[in-house]
Design a protein around this ligand. Structure first.
Ligand code: BES
Ligand code: MN
Ligand code: ZN
Length: 492
């Protein structure tokens, strides 16, 4: 159930709600704004703070039973020492949303002092992210055992005008993330290339975007030998999905967002070990990020032109599958020796990056769960950021910081290119284990057109295989925020 978000001017002590979440920094005391709440709680808030039962630390929380009037329950969440107030609020709201869902509160109110427009937005994004769940393929428990799902969140504000503006943005961001996470979590037999195309069409219809879908036959006509060799082992029709959002000046060069959409990556003939192979349903998180960003961009009606491009297929072993040693020719004419059929994402992206040229892009950013090596290098904390255009790299890094999706740059020196030289072709698709993320990026660089480009390796940041405080097991929604903040920055 999507979370209904709204803003209201009210005293936190007076709201009738099953759950009031109050976000507090370290050293907080009961001031004028919390006096009524403390009164409604019979002084419990003041005692809790002065006893230091709750210290306002990052990821700290405390649950207090409500009094006879006002909120039925109060949940304190800490913001920690705020070096960046918006980041601290987003994190606290994510924790709050998560705990609210566990408590089974049908609705909640949030209070964190004065909030500016951006503050309202990040709180909404956090609450929505924290309370997100995927329950579509689970049988619901019997009615009497069912906890109510969190359906509504009200943000308490003092400046209603700023609140309303933040609300519009917050709703858009929340729905973009929710869409990306849902697609990520969906099993591979349901989230197919066809399904991604259908979802793109649905987004396009709601936000007045033009959607074009190329199938195997159309891609053959475009001579996309690199993309198609990945798809030759699967009976499912591969899709190149293009979504055009025209919110800017007519004729203005668009930002092009590219996503790897491997709806399942078995490795192909170079098949992966069985252990953990199920995680490879998440190999379409770059594509989910593109669609999520477009959903948010459409919701915000940003005054800019944006094109989303998705390369969607599955990578399967079969009698018709591409084999190690095969040579294929990409759309840009370059010959590629296939060393490892599990290095398939770069093969798909190669032709999509060539195809991007037709939009005469102002900039192209691709996002892909591209290499296990990136997870080894940066863990689940930072996205790998690659590019030859330093200005664009910095712009993308700062967009990621703003979104709470930090990236870290890795080098693309020419020396690394030696690792992907081939004896029989212009380039080979794997350079082996050394500098695995960098050689993947160097490979992509062979196929970019005449446009500024940045590549994001989100293999470690798009989903989590274990539960971490504000990062529950499953999809994170990365890189929706990075894409969105980049585009917002360009929209001025
Ligand atoms: N989708 C994987 C990369 C991946 C691994 C993403 C782990 C998330 C978690 C990609 O297609 C792949 O298999 N890459 C290979 C490349 C190698 C064969 C050169 C890898 O990383 O092992
Ligand atoms: Mn692979
Ligand atoms: Zn893959």
């Amino acid at each position: 159930m999507p979370l209904t978000l709204s803003v209201r001017r009210a005293d936190p002590g007076a709201v009738e709600t099953p759950l009031l979440i109050v976000a507090l920094p370290p050293g907080a005391t009961v001031g004028e704004d919390l006096a009524a709440l403390d009164g409604a709680l019979g002084g419990a808030l003041g005692r809790t703070l002065s006893r230091k039962d709750f210290r306002g630390g990052r990821d700290e929380s405390l649950h207090i039973a409500g009094g006879s009037r006002g909120p039925q329950r109060v949940l304190l969440v800490g913001t920690g020492k705020e070096t960046d107030r918006h980041a601290a609020l987003r994190r606290a709201a994510t924790l709050g949303g998560r705990l609210a869902r566990k408590l089974g509160a049908p609705s909640l109110a949030w209070y964190s002092g004065a909030l500016d427009e951006r503050g309202v937005e990040v709180v909404m994004a956090g609450l929505s992210a924290g309370s997100w769940e995927y329950a579509e393929t689970k049988t619901a428990p019997p009615e009497d055992e069912r906890r109510p799902a969190l359906g509504e969140a009200v943000i308490l504000v003092s400046d209603e005008k700023a609140g309303e503006r933040g609300l519009r943005a917050g709703r858009a961001v929340a729905s973009g993330y929710a869409l990306a996470k849902r697609l990520g979590m969906m099993p591979g037999n349901l989230c197919t290339p066809d399904y991604l195309a259908e979802t793109a069409r649905e987004i396009g219809a709601r936000h007045d975007m033009k959607v074009t879908v190329l199938g195997r036959a159309e891609m053959e006509r475009e001579k996309m030998g690199s993309f198609l060799c990945v798809a030759q082992g699967t009976p499912q029709d591969p899709k190149l999905i293009a979504v055009e959002y025209r919110g800017g000046r007519e004729g203005a060069a668009p930002v092009v967002l590219v996503g790897k959409g491997l709806c399942f990556d078995s490795g192909g003939i170079s098949i992966k070990p069985a252990q953990g192979m199920e995680w490879m349903k998440f190999d379409m998180c770059g594509a989910a990020g593109v669609l999520g960003a477009l959903e948010a961009i459409g919701g915000m009606k940003l005054p800019i032109n944006v094109v989303g491009l998705i390369g969607a297929t599955t990578n399967m072993p079969s009698g018709t599958a591409v084999k190690p040693g095969d040579v294929v020719q990409a759309m840009n004419g370059k010959f590629i020796e296939i060393i490892n059929t599990d290095a398939e994402g770069r093969l798909v992206l190669a032709d999509v990056l060539t195809y991007a040229s037709r939009y005469k892009p102002a900039a192209v950013i691709d996002a892909a769960t591209l290499t296990g090596a990136c997870v080894i290098a940066l863990g689940h904390t930072a996205t790998g950021v690659f590019g030859a255009d330093e200005g664009l790299v910095d712009e993308v890094l700062s967009a990621g910081r703003k979104a709470g999706e930090p990236g870290w740059p890795l080098p693309m020196w020419d020396d690394f290119k030696d690792l992907i030289k081939s004896d029989v072709a212009d380039v080979k698709n794997s350079g082996g284990r050394p500098a695995g993320s960098i050689t993947a990026a160097m490979f992509l660089r062979e196929f970019i057109g005449d446009y500024p480009w940045v590549h994001l390796d989100i293999a470690g940041t798009a989903y989590s295989e274990s539960d971490i405080v504000v990062l529950p097991k499953g999809p994170t929604g990365t890189p929706v925020g990075t894409f969105l903040e980049f585009v917002r920055g360009r929209a001025g």
